[in-house]
Design a protein around this ligand. Sequence first.
Ligand code: E4P
Length: 213
Amino acid sequence: MKFFIDTANIEEVRSANELGVLAGVTTNPSLVAKEGVSFHDRLKEITDEVSGSVSAEVIAEDAEGMIKEGKELAAIAPNITVKVPMTLEGLKAVKAFSDLNIKTNVTLIFNANQALLAARAGASYVSPFLGRLDDIGHDGMTLVATISEIFDLHDISTEIIAASIRNPLHVIDASLNGAHIATIPYKVLGQLVKHPLTDQGIEKFLSDWNKNK
Ligand code: E4P
């Protein structure tokens, strides 16, 4: 499983990229709004920093508008992936982008039929939102496992991005359940690195080393 970071904050992108594990970035309108910057300028900064897929979401609700916006976003850099919401209009736009060889990430996936439809329309990625399902008492991880089983069974190459990740356990489980990618908030990325025994071990090694000087 690969790691994407789920943020529109350039400092977070840079700092995650320095770790050498970053395969891509996802943004969404809420994350961009928090930054209070020009969307296109920020996407340019992110794509200058990261060579992997950078998802940028369209705001239009009709296929024609999505296609127009998506083409403008895709013109920013070759590694832009156009993020499209899972709607009937979204599916039409995904098909059009696929014909134009523009990569797409179909977002707001909450059941396996949505994922299968998105894949058949030509999506490069589908994003099941685990955390938001867990938030309402559903099992987000079972959805990832089901999508993975269906895609394997039917030899579908669309990649599954485990999205709306809330904690380190989500990351392990997404990996075990067949997600190709987890898109992770910066805070959770930091949590993945930490273990109290690692910290204690470093402290002990250093104090033993210094005693011997
Ligand atoms: C994914 O692409 C989305 O941006 C994101 O994971 C949504 O997460 P949230 O449910 O924490 O807003």
